[in-house]
Write a protein that binds this ligand. Structure first.
Ligand SMILES: Cc1ncc(COP(=O)(O)O)c(C=O)c1O
Length: 383
């Protein structure tokens, strides 16, 4: 049967009139840098993720950087990151002058392989960054059991609204980091958040994002002595989120659960409809333990039995108007890291398999029922 071609992007943010209206207030008042809208967004984000503190920054990458700085990571330290993740999970370790130590991932969940992680811990391990890839939390209890006194930074870039054993992402480690890039479920254009229940880390992150200033711009301007500049007792950065972004974030965060519910409904539809395609593995996880945030729906093409390779399949789907992407990349296979640490692709077989065989198919809140049905029907026709 010839299906009428549709054009379905891999992802599209849901922004519109409400977000547009929200940006008016900062533009009219002139408070454009971090101010009341960022504070409101932080409060809502902290409430939703069950944490004491949330600090908005410019991206998940800068969030991760600050989390490492707050932990005091520096030269001579090792930080363990999964080998299959976005490159910046590793880059931030180098920003601190520390050494990246990769751990392999489980090619089924795409998250850190706890048995491999165990082998990578040394007396120099200063932190571990478990990634909640595509919105599925890492197995945090298993990680905590082997990482005893090592601080954990959750890379929850994809995991706004995700959960593990009833606890939200961002409240599972010592610090949590989130992204509001447009490919995430909720967006502020670019943007990030650091969460923590630890007052000391929170205070450090709050100062570090604002050049190391002892008080924020808003506190100074609205305080009794706006003419006195703050103290600077730390070397900080300018990682402040603007209030324009904060205003968009306030609108978006209120829609997070609705977006996830809708994504979950269609993820279940994919699970059911694609179950008969033996060579295409759908996401596998225990629903009694994990609340998936469904940032992406990532499949695995088993080329031992598939009639078509993953790359040819992506090309075929593109020709039929369906955008796909590899889930993400294996960082140890990227030129920079492969050369720097002299690593072979096969040194991390789980990450290599995920790199070569994962395929994300469209799942987002601008899709309609006909889009999902079309994708399923095209995939079912491949013999
Ligand atoms: C796992 C992971 N970590 C970090 C990042 C970086 O996020 P940002 O673009 O907000 O810096 C991403 C972005 O895709 C990601 O997927």
């Amino acid at each position: 049967m010839e299906l009428k071609k549709r054009n379905i992007p891999i992802s599209l943010p849901v922004t519109g009139e409400e977000e547009w209206q929200a940006t008016k207030e900062p533009l009219m008042t002139g408070w454009l840098t971090s101010g009341p809208k960022v504070s409101e967004f932080e409060k809502l984000f902290a409430e939703r993720h069950g944490v004491k503190h949330a600090y908005a920054v410019t991206s998940a990458t800068t969030a991760l950087h600050l989390a490492l700085v707050a932990l005091g990571v520096g030269p001579g330290d090792e930080v363990i990151v999964p080998a299959f993740t976005w490159v910046s999970t590793a880059n931030v370790v180098l920003y601190c002058g520390a050494t990246v130590v990769f751990a392999d991932v489980d090619p089924v969940t795409f998250n850190i392989d706890v048995n491999d992680l165990k082998k990578r811990i040394t007396p120099k391990t200063k932190a571990i960054i478990p990634v909640h890839l595509f919105g599925l939390c890492a197995d945090m209890d298993a990680i905590k059991a082997i990482a005893k006194n090592i601080p954990l930074i959750e890379d929850g870039a994809c995991a706004a609204g995700s959960g593990y054993k009833g606890t939200p992402a961002g409240a599972l480690g010592d610090l949590g980091c989130f992204s509001f890039h447009p490919r995430k479920s909720v967006t502020t254009g670019e943007g990030g958040m650091v969460t923590t229940n630890n007052d000391k880390y929170g205070e450090l992150v709050s100062m570090l994002r604002n050049h190391g200033a002892s008080i924020s711009e808003e506190q100074r301007h609205k305080g009794p002595k706006p003419y006195i500049l703050p103290d600077f007792n730390l070397m900080g950065f300018n990682y402040r989120m603007t209030d324009l972004q904060g205003a968009v974030g306030v609108v978006q965060i209120k829609k997070l659960d609705k977006f996830i519910d809708e994504r979950e409904k269609w993820a279940n539809y994919y699970d059911k409809e694609l179950a008969g395609i033996s060579w295409l593995r759908t996401p596998q996880f225990d629903k009694t333990i994990y609340k998936h945030g469904w940032q992406s729906y990532v499949t695995f093409v088993d080329e031992k039995i598939s009639p078509i390779s993953r790359n040819d399949l992506m090309e075929y789907l593109q020709k039929h108007g369906i955008s796909t992407r590899p889930g993400t990349h294996a960082v140890h296979m990227l030129g920079y890291y492969a050369n720097k640490y002299n690593i072979k692709p096969s040194d991390y077989p789980g990450a290599q398999a995920a790199n070569d065989h994962s395929m994300s198919i469209p799942l987002h809140n601008r899709m309609v029922a006909d889009d999902y049905e079309y994708i399923v029907n095209i995939l079912k026709q491949i013999k």
